[in-house]
Design a binder for this molecule. Structure first.
Ligand SMILES: Cc1ncc(COP(=O)(O)O)c(/C=N/[C@@H](CCC(=O)O)COc2ccccc2)c1O
Length: 364
């Protein structure tokens, strides 16, 4: 029989309100014929930036004006644009384990990039000091991939660090912040920032459709002028029709309803998967049960190595990603312990037991 997926790189589009989306698209065509006949402004259409501004002020406490928002066709593009602006000899610190695609992107630019380890509060401040970082990339809402939620104390430490010297910035990648089960959201770093040191990044990949490629960043006011100078000839890559459709999708309340519905769906599925894993693996498994996001970390006590586990999963048609994908530099491996990032967005409830059974066979 077919593949089963425990991948974190997924969202369950079977529940996406395509009918409502299409209605919003029709409205967008009717309302914005003139705008669609022109190239869109480099930062993206003003009305769309206004809607995003209002939304993140409500949901994440982000304080900004539409002028500070840059829309981009994916977060990688925005990271590239941001770091292009101040790349000469800039030293970047990035969480390790972390997001390999940012790490690879940054290393290709003429930047010095240091993977920095995590302690139980998130990114390690001592290491940030010792590598003499100028820009620090963090995922405070739900550390990617370990899931840690950065406590207020560490957020304050980070903001104080940034305020100590000119040209220090924090890139707050608020990925996966929309999915919180039980614990309510800690306000964004950006909402606590008093010194214009935080660049806030968000995406619609997990809450709408990953294929749309609609992401955004919020620049501190002092960087907006620099951005406009640097990118005066830039034409926005994102598709204006999709942007105007998204605007209506958000303004109609459909977006908020969909995120709420998906929170319930994913919470149920997450609990089911955790229960099934605990019941099947018993003391062989340690689950880092952070009630947020669309995946969690699980550690398995085994004599097998990563290579063997990954190959065996392939043979069993079980899609899994191990921590090897996120280790940005060779790190000592805990003996007799394999860590997997287990996602449940692509796993239907009726397949949970089957997926866990296959995973059990992979380890035995
Ligand atoms: C840490 C982090 N920050 C931002 C983003 C968002 O990037 P954007 O989509 O360009 O806006 C991702 C996406 N990470 C992606 C890959 C994770 C990986 O490579 O391991 C997640 O991929 C998908 C998400 C939803 C549905 C399908 C796939 C990020 O992992």
């Amino acid at each position: 029989d077919g593949w089963l997926s425990l991948s974190h790189m997924a969202s369950d589009t079977s529940l996406f309100p395509f009918k409502e989306w299409l209605k919003c698209q029709e409205k967008a065509i009717k309302s914005y014929k003139r705008e669609l006949s022109e190239m869109s402004y480099s930062q993206g259409p003003y009305v769309v930036r206004e809607t995003i501004c209002r939304m993140i002020a409500l949901t994440r406490g982000v304080k900004c004006e539409p002028e500070q928002i840059i829309i981009g066709a994916g977060t990688q593009l925005l990271v590239g644009q941001l770091m292009e602006m101040n790349s000469k000899g800039t030293v970047v610190a990035i969480e390790n384990p972390g997001y390999v695609r940012f790490y690879q992107l940054l290393k290709k630019m003429n930047l010095t990039v240091h993977p920095v380890s995590l302690d139980d509060q998130g990114i390690n401040m001592t290491e940030i000091e010792s590598v003499k970082a100028d820009v620090v990339f963090v995922t405070p809402s739900h550390q990617f991939p370990t899931g840690k939620i950065m406590p207020i104390s560490r957020r304050i430490e980070l903001l104080n660090w940034a305020a100590q010297r000119e040209n220090r910035y924090i890139v707050e990648d608020d990925y996966d912040s929309e999915f919180k089960y039980g614990t309510d959201n800690i306000p964004s770093l950006q909402s606590l920032d008093r010194n214009q040191r935080v660049i806030y990044m968000g995406t619609f990949s997990k809450t709408v459709l990953p294929g749309l490629r609609i992401s955004y960043m919020v620049l501190p006011p002092e960087l907006v002028g620099e951005y406009r100078e640097h990118y005066s000839n830039f034409i926005q890559y994102s598709n204006s029709l999709m942007l105007f459709t998204l605007q209506f999708f958000i303004e109609s309340g459909e977006y908020a309803r969909h995120v709420k519905r998906m929170n319930h769906q994913y919470d149920t599925r997450r609990k089911l998967l955790i229960a099934e894993l605990q019941q099947r693996f018993r003391e062989e498994i340690d689950i880092e049960d952070v009630s947020a996001g669309l995946h969690f970390l699980a550690h398995f006590h085994t004599g097998k190595g990563y290579q063997e586990i990954e190959e065996s999963a392939l043979r069993s048609k079980l899609e899994i990603y191990s921590m090897r994908r996120f280790m940005l530099k060779k790190s000592v491996n805990y003996e007799n312990r394999i860590s997997l990032v287990l996602g449940f967005a692509n796993l239907r409830e009726e397949n949970v037991a089957g997926a866990v059974e296959r995973l059990y066979d992979v380890f035995h």
